[in-house]
Design a protein around this ligand. Structure first.
Ligand SMILES: Nc1ncnc2c1ncn2[C@@H]1O[C@H](COP(=O)(O)OP(=O)(O)OP(=O)(O)O)[C@@H](O)[C@H]1O
Length: 275
């Protein structure tokens, strides 16, 4: 379970109302794409889900509990840039979250605990297609590889909710299509709830189960700061998609194995998926 409930949330900075009266329930295992004009408050909304900002009014609940006041391991995040640490290797970047959560002050793991974490980090590095790059630094990676690394870095903490702020916006179209395939596979495998900000409608409709638009209802220049954005459209993608569940309508496009273009042997042989 990882359901997010946003109840009548407002966000104001001084006199400026950025968001007004936003209510949204994001079901467990859903993938919501958040779209809207520049400056309407999408990142602000995501930062509230992360716990970096607090609503001025209203409440945000994760599985029925108010969100903790600061970011935690139950919520992972990937930004368009700067999600990874330039002075750490690929392996170091992926291990970091584990090291911090195990030893908050020294941020180092030792012995068997470190070996287990290293094994897990290497497995994830493989999952995102970066095997062989473990000892490289982010500056030695392409943009697409850096975003794959950022995904692995977020996933090692096994977040219930993954928050993505235009994570693929700076990538070339070909690389973006590849990373979409990866993102779909990871979403199906981990069955996380995902909220992704994007400017790319094609990306929104390719990945999401639901596309939600934030907009100011009254957009007169003189009233810009007096009215915040709210949800103006909420489109459920058809045929429906759900993490971990093959689509009955388009199994070749949507489903745990479909995004790979072929059926993974382990799932097929387990009888979970029909090849
Ligand atoms: N910490 C802050 N203090 C004051 N104002 C802020 C703060 N953070 C965001 N804002 C304001 O909130 C508004 C919404 O910003 P936000 O970055 O959330 O928009 P956005 O929809 O993500 O934009 P874009 O699509 O261009 O990234 C902007 O007017 C911005 O200046």
């Amino acid at each position: 379970m990882s359901e997010l409930v946003i109840e009548k949330v407002w966000k104001e900075y001084g006199d400026q109302i950025v968001l007004e009266d936003v209510s949204l329930t994001v079901a467990s295992r859903a993938f919501v794409a958040l779209v809207g004009p520049s400056g309407c408050g999408k990142t602000t909304f995501l930062r509230m889900l992360l716990g970096q900002e607090r609503p001025t009014r209203g409440a945000i609940l994760l599985d029925g509990e108010p969100l903790p006041l600061e970011p935690g391991s139950d919520r992972g995040v990937v930004f368009q840039r700067y999600s990874v640490f330039p002075h750490l290797t690929v392996l170091g970047n992926v291990l970091l979250g584990r090291e911090f959560s195990a030893a908050r002050y020294k941020a180092k793991l030792f012995g068997a605990a470190r070996r287990r974490a290293v094994d897990e980090a290497r497995r994830l590095i493989g999952e995102v297609g970066l095997s062989g790059a473990e000892d490289k630094y982010p500056a030695q990676l392409s943009g697409g590889m850096q975003q794959r690394l950022a995904l692995a870095q977020a996933l090692i903490m096994k977040p219930k909710v993954l928050l993505l702020d235009e994570p693929f916006g700076a990538l070339d179209p070909g690389i973006r299509a590849e990373i979409h395939t990866l993102m779909k596979r990871l979403w199906h495998e981990t069955q996380m709830t995902v909220v992704m900000v994007t400017h790319d409608m094609r990306e929104a409709f390719t990945l999401a189960t639901r596309v939600v638009a934030l907009e100011r209802r009254r957009d007169r220049p003189e009233g810009k700061e007096r009215y915040g954005a709210t949800i103006t459209k909420d489109i459920s993608i058809w045929p429906p998609r759900l993490a971990g569940t093959p689509s009955i309508f388009s199994p070749d496009r949507d489903g745990p194995v479909a995004s790979l273009g072929h059926c993974r042997d382990d799932l097929a042989s387990s009888g979970e998926i029909q090849p």
